[in-house]
Design a protein around this ligand. Structure first.
Ligand code: NAD
Length: 476
């Protein structure tokens, strides 16, 4: 069975590569047409896609899905269409003196790589599949996609729609569980983009290494929020609540934990409490608030809270409507703030990926900086405050994939900024011109002039005085 799937995928890869070789360099008009078709697919089936995402999650607001998965991705397609001619321009580069005078030329061309594999997760199943696809197409590639098995209905619909809008040698979707995913990651692609957890990212990179397939890894991690003394705690609380509660915290960039001044802890917690209560006075039947994706994910979060409680954390449930969550199978979980956390708690060891928010305190901001530096490099880092020296200190002394100042998550929505992690939170990036380059091969082309440059430069035997003079001048 698994072998059948593998040979099916190998067959499509061969077909796509053959078609690509025939069409190289894949005309700009065709690349644009593919992006337009992907945009049309999303526009014409936005409601159906929101419906199946809702069904896959148990509850997920169609409004939220429209913003995060459909409109955001269509907009990104528009951004690619607008900029791709400029991105694809050949760049003239300089040649060392005096080669330019002699007629030498250096040029850089961004060329398609060929067939790109896209492995996507469940949390934004459409966005994290079609988002990379837009730039994979912009760069003149073809694509094979393996979406997540946790959002099964959405994955199946994406497969059916891709089959309707694209030929299999342009784009193809393969559904299935971890076994299919593992076989997919072993295919000899020209590039592989993986979005998912750090643990699976490791396996993907190992599988890709067998064929030396270059990878872009969009992973996760614990993204900290620094609240400076100068922060407006009410406003910060509101913004943190929005970022943490969207998709019920199931966002790679969700604020994972807060780092607050000791003396401001209660004010900070109150800010988040109030911000949450303002947006979600009730949660259980509230369609705006997403469910946790599966029972397994729900249990993991419950265990994380129980573990923190057992080890001495104070657990504050943000439940403004005083609702009973115990006898429901809707997998709705209120925001749960953990006060007094210690490093032995699961909540401080793994990425949270749900509505649980540990709060750590510092006496001096340097303690928070040191803590972040001692742990895995995060995907996002957030600073709230109006003290520009402190902000610069936090930014220049830490490292993370990206940063939002005075809010959370927003940097990912800037189409012109590259999005990606660093170290355990990922490698490579897309969005911006960087995404186009990520899925292109930067090919250097040097054109030699008529004159015998090697002889003129003294590089051609028999070596002698000209050689010595050239070496001397280079060593000066
Ligand atoms: P996951 O790692 O469990 O799964 C992602 C994909 O990998 C799925 O398609 C799955 O089928 C596939 N997969 C599973 N086992 C595999 C294997 N052995 N080899 C190859 N592929 C395999 O991640 P998830 O639970 O779907 O998503 C949550 C994680 O994704 C979180 O850690 C989150 O931070 C991260 N994430 C990162 C970004 C980003 O852009 N950086 C965005 C969203 C989510």
């Amino acid at each position: 069975m698994a072998d059948d799937r593998t040979s099916e995928m190998q067959g499509i890869l061969r077909k796509q590569r053959a078609a690509h070789n025939q069409m190289r360099p894949e005309p700009m008009a065709l690349r644009k047409d593919r992006i337009e078709r992907a945009m049309r697919l999303l526009k014409e089936h936005s409601e159906d896609l929101c419906k199946v995402m809702n069904a896959d999650f148990g509850n997920r607001s169609p409004h939220q899905s429209m913003i995060t998965d459909i409109a955001g991705t269509v907009n990104f397609g528009k951004y690619c269409l607008k900029h791709m001619d400029k991105w694809a321009k050949h760049e003239k580069r300089s040649v060392q003196f005096p080669l330019g005078l002699l007629g030498a030329k250096a040029e850089l061309r961004y060329e398609p790589k060929g067939v790109v594999g896209i492995l996507s997760p469940w949390n934004f199943p459409v966005n994290l599949t079609f988002g990379p696809l837009m730039q994979v197409f912009a760069a003149g590639n073809r694509a094979m996609i393996k979406p997540s098995e946790f959002t099964e209905k959405t994955s199946l619909m994406m497969k059916e729609l891709v089959e309707e809008y694209f030929t299999p040698d342009e784009c193809a979707v393969f559904t299935g569980g971890p076994e299919v995913a593992a076989a997919f990651s072993e295919l000899p692609f020209d590039h592989l983009v993986f979005t998912g957890s750090t643990a699976t990212g490791r396996k993907v990179m190992e599988a890709a290494s067998k064929n030396l397939v270059p990878v872009t890894l969009e992973l996760g991690g614990k993204s900290p929020v620094f609240l400076g003394e100068s922060a407006d705690f009410a406003k910060a609380g509101e913004r943190i609540a929005l970022g943490k509660m969207m998709n019920a915290g199931q966002i790679c960039l969700a604020p994972d934990y807060l780092y607050v001044p000791e003396s401001k802890q209660d004010e900070a917690i109150h800010g988040v409490w109030q911000g949450t209560a303002n947006m979600y006075p009730k949660l259980r039947e509230n369609e705006d608030y997403a469910s946790i994706v599966t029972d397994r994910h729900f249990e993991r979060l419950q265990e994380m809270v129980a573990d923190a409680r057992d080890k001495g954390a104070e657990v504050i449930e943000v439940n403004p409507g005083n609702e009973d969550f115990s006898n429901t199978n809707a997998r709705k979980m209120p925001l749960t703030i953990l006060k007094g956390v210690t490093e032995d708690m699961k909540a401080m060891q793994e990425e949270i990926f749900g509505p649980v928010l540990p709060v750590k305190t510092y006496g001096h901001i340097d303690e928070a900086i040191d803590y972040v530096n001692e742990n895995d490099r995060p995907l996002g880092l957030y600073y709230f405050g109006s003290d520009s020296d402190e902000r610069e200190k936090v930014l220049s002394r830490t490292i993370s994939g990206g940063v939002t100042v005075n809010d959370v998550i927003f940097h990912v929505s800037m189409e012109d900024l590259p999005f990606g992690g660093v170290g355990p939170s990922g490698m490579g990036s897309y969005h911006g011109v960087e995404g186009f380059r990520e899925f292109s091969h930067a090919r250097s082309i040097y054109t030699q002039p008529k004159i015998d440059v090697a002889k003129l430069g003294g590089f051609k035997p028999p070596y002698g005085a000209t050689t010595e003079k050239a070496v001397k001048s280079m060593m000066k």
